[in-house]
Design a protein around this ligand. Structure first.
Ligand code: HGY
Ligand code: MN
Ligand code: MN
Ligand code: MN
Length: 411
């Protein structure tokens, strides 16, 4: 049979997205599949089943990354696409999932066309991209590329006390494939923007040139528990008040530094967390990001100085733990040019831009030519069940991915 021109099947792609969104579904149309939970296992089982139905050779590695490979005419490293299928607690249906499922749709389109590419083509999902349960984020792709030792990753204890190693074994995804893995020939990640830029400017495709720097710090404040009614204000060592002061400082810091600086306190816990006890401990996280490494370091230094001053003023103990730290990562110009060229050839509008969110692609960029394709997020909403991308953009992103992968793999 002479091969035909591969075509994305929109209905099939939308159905894959709906089917995966039904796993760990939560009110409002989103999904909650924190890394290595039973819901994550169910999502993994569904996607691995789809990979096998498409004829991919599926392998699972020692940190639970899953790679499905479609044979090429020649052997050698595959051209790879992929992302993640773990989510945050308030996950939308597109974050990560879309890039993996669009990769499967590219395989289906090539299968339908009866086309064999010169090089093998791989679709991957990486373990624990979100880092919400186990830090750091992009854990699976860090181990895959050799940037994080496997033993260190397996020993990480999550916010609920479980370790990565135990949870991987419990859900049956501690696989035999060795890590770090051999580098792919190239890597392309399709992802929703998760920010407002493309939607606001009415642009179809984001050509992602870099990922901004990320700094995650956990701050542990120790004070003295005391009676809320009997303890004079002058006698308090109030860990709760100190935490609140840090939250206010973090917001002021981002406002003062301006530009691309963003700062977030996303997680906080009080102990004993009771209405009538002055907290003796507070644990909170600070997420600082900037496209400029020097400015990110300046923000980190300002935070550290503030904590030292607060410790003395409130007479509390403050210790910190770095949960994640990544410098900004540029993508390969020949890859961004390729994405831009194919998007424009398809009649789509494009815009070059950095990524505000972290992605597995920023880890693959260390080992092979890598770039990302963004599609618009309506109102820039993500990490929220209201995350939404219009069907025409879901399809456009997959078309661009098909064109780029076909060229890279030699269709
Ligand atoms: O935090 C991030 O940017 C990504 O969602 N892990
Ligand atoms: Mn993501
Ligand atoms: Mn995310
Ligand atoms: Mn990502």
């Amino acid at each position: 049979m002479t091969p035909s021109v591969p075509q994305i099947n929109p209905d099939r792609l939308h159905q894959r997205i709906a089917d995966l969104a039904a796993v760990g579904a939560i009110d409002g149309g989103g999904c909650a599949r924190l890394a290595l939970t039973d819901a994550d296992r169910a999502g993994r089982d569904l996607v691995c089943g789809s990979m096998r139905e498409l004829g991919l050779a599926v392998s699972v590695d020692a940190i639970g990354n899953v790679v499905g490979v479609r044979a090429g005419r020649s052997d050698g490293p595959p051209v790879m696409t992929g992302s993640h299928i773990d989510t945050v607690r308030t996950g939308g249906r597109y974050d990560g999932n879309y890039g993996v499922l669009a990769g499967l749709e590219v395989v289906a389109a090539l299968n339908d066309a009866g086309l064999t590419t010169e090089h093998p083509l791989a679709v991957a999902f990486f373990t624990n991209e979100e880092g919400a349960r186990f830090a750091p984020d992009m854990m699976g792709s860090l181990v895959y590329t050799g940037a994080l030792p496997l033993a260190e990753a397996l020993a990480v204890q999550g916010i609920d006390g479980a370790t990565v190693g135990d949870e991987l074994a419990r859900i049956g995804y501690a696989g035999p494939a060795p890590v770090p893995a051999a580098a792919p020939r190239a890597f392309v990640e399709l992802h929703v923007e998760q920010g407002p830029v493309l939607d606001r400017e009415g642009i179809d495709i984001g050509v992602v040139e870099s990922v901004q720097g990320i700094s995650w710090t956990e701050i542990d404040i120790r004070g003295t528990s005391n009676h809320a009614g009997t303890t004079p204000m002058s006698m308090r060592r109030d860990a709760g008040w100190a935490a609140g002061e840090i939250i206010a400082f973090v917001r002021e810091l981002a406002t003062e530094l301006g530009g691309d600086q963003v700062a977030t306190v996303g997680r906080i816990e009080f102990f004993p967390n009771l209405v009538n006890v002055v907290p003796n401990r507070a644990v909170l996280t600070v997420d600082l990001r900037n496209t400029d490494e020097a400015l990110l370091q300046r923000a980190e230094a300002r935070l550290a100085a503030h904590l030292a001053a607060l410790r003395d003023a409130e007479k509390v103990e403050i210790s910190t733990r770095k949960l994640a730290r990544f410098a900004p990562v540029p993508f390969a110009p020949e890859m961004t040019d390729r994405i831009e060229g194919h998007a424009r050839a398809l009649g789509l509008t494009t815009r070059r831009m950095p990524s505000g969110a972290g992605h597995d692609a920023q880890m693959l960029a260390a080992v092979c030519p890598t770039a990302m394709i963004f599609v618009p997020s309506v109102d820039g909403i993500s990490h929220n069940v209201r995350e939404y991308t219009e069907p025409k953009h879901i399809e456009a992103g997959a078309q661009v991915l098909l064109a780029v992968l076909s060229e890279l793999a030699g269709a």
